[in-house]
Structure formats: structure tokens, C-alpha cells
Write a protein that binds this ligand. Sequence first.
Ligand code: ADP
Ligand code: MG
Length: 237
Amino acid sequence: MAKQAIKVENLVKHFGKGDSLVRVIEGANFQVDKGELVALIAPSGAGKTTLLMMIGCVEEPTSGKIYLGDELVYDNRWLTKEQRKIRREKIGFIFQAHYLIPFLNVIENVTLVPQTNGVPQKEAEAFAMELLDYFDIADKAHNMSSELSGGQNQRVAIARALANKPQIILADEPTAALDSERSVSVVKMLKKIAMDQDVAIIMVTHDEDMLPFCDRILKIENKKVVSHDVPKNKDVI
Ligand SMILES: Nc1ncnc2c1ncn2[C@@H]1O[C@H](COP(=O)(O)OP(=O)(O)O)[C@@H](O)[C@H]1O
Ligand SMILES: [Mg+2]
């Protein structure tokens, strides 16, 4: 089986046109392999979220190619009308805010997508309990999100992102709302998921303290994506 989980070729993204044209990405080329936890860093407004949303089949690129696993999903146009299906089956999203549905309890939040994908309720619940257990939060399975702390909700959000057994996790500043101790615990968890389940994870972060836990850094520089090694001395970056 190929190692590649995400591959991007000559990816371009512009917003608007004429006088209001914004050139965000101008020919990005990079690959992320299964089992890798990669940090995506760049100044605010450089296009980190836009890049994740293109890989996640949410935002349409201007041109280029995107492969998810071995499947070419975008080649100057979406190659299927079913981006939503690709998204549901291959990708887990984690955001800064947990976006749990407030009127569903924890386990209902975690089983929502698998059930939408046709997984029988019992099977979805059993796997959700495994995930909640893994994140040490199984005792909260029947609580509402409002009854959980920020760190607990973020762990539920990560469990939810894993519930459809994605090959790829896209995390947009998942630790931005957490204190440093909880941030480290979330990033270590992501690293463990990448290794144990052979998932490719791209994590946007502004927190340099998180970089040593990642395998590699992708940086948006001059509207392109450049790969860097993780600094041994965190003052380097
Ligand atoms: N829907 C949109 N329409 C027009 N411009 C957008 C849109 N979304 C993002 N942009 C612009 O694209 C650039 C990159 O935004 P974004 O990906 O959110 O950056 P980051 O996540 O790195 O802060 C910014 O200049 C932003 O204003
Ligand atoms: Mg952003």
C-alpha cells in the first residue's frame, strides 16, 4: 500500500477577481504520508484554513491537483459531484471551537457521522465508546456538551473526528482555546492516533511549543508550501 495520504500538485487558490483578486496560494506542492503528524504554520491570513478546506473538499481550488490516498479527487475541477461523500468517508475535521451539537449528548455527537454513513447504531455506539474510553472520557458519554470542560469537549471533538475511521485528520488550531498543559495532552493524543492508526494529520498551530511533538512542519512561504524539519531547539523557528 502506498504511503501517501495527501498529495497536492501545483495547487492555486485565488479569491475574487479584477481589482478585488486575492492570491492566497500560488502553486503549492507537497505530500503528507500515512502516520505523519504535520504542523501547518504561517502568519494569520496566509491561507492555512483555506488550504485545509481545499484538502477537505470544502473550498474549491482555482487550479491544480489534490490526491487523497491514491484517489485523484481534484484535477482543475472536482472529479466527483460527491465531495460531501469523500469528506464524510475519508476526513475528520477538528476546529478551534469544538462545534459539538448542544442538544445531543456526547455519544450522540460522536455517532452522528457514522450513522449518516449507514453504520448501524449498535456498531457506531460500540466504536464511539471505545474512542471515548481511549480519551478517558467514557464516563461522560451521556452528558451534554455544556456539562463538560473545554479540554473534555475538545477530546470529544477528537473522538468525533475519528468516529468515521478517517484516513486524514485536518485540525485547525485545535489547541488555541486550551491552556498549555491541555494543549500538550491534545497534541500528544494526535501523535498517538497518527502512529497507532496510520492516519495522516495536518494541524494548524500558532503555538511553537507544540512543534517538537510533530514529525514535520509545513510552512506557507511566499504563497507556496515549504517543508521544514521540526526544530530541536524551539528558538529556531
Ligand atoms: N471566502 C473568502 N472570500 C474572499 N477572501 C477570502 C475568503 N476566505 C479567505 N479569504 C482570504 O484568503 C486569505 C487567507 O485566509 P485564511 O485561509 O483564513 O488564512 P489563515 O487561516 O492562515 O489565517 C486572507 O487574505 C483572507 O482574507
Ligand atoms: Mg485560519
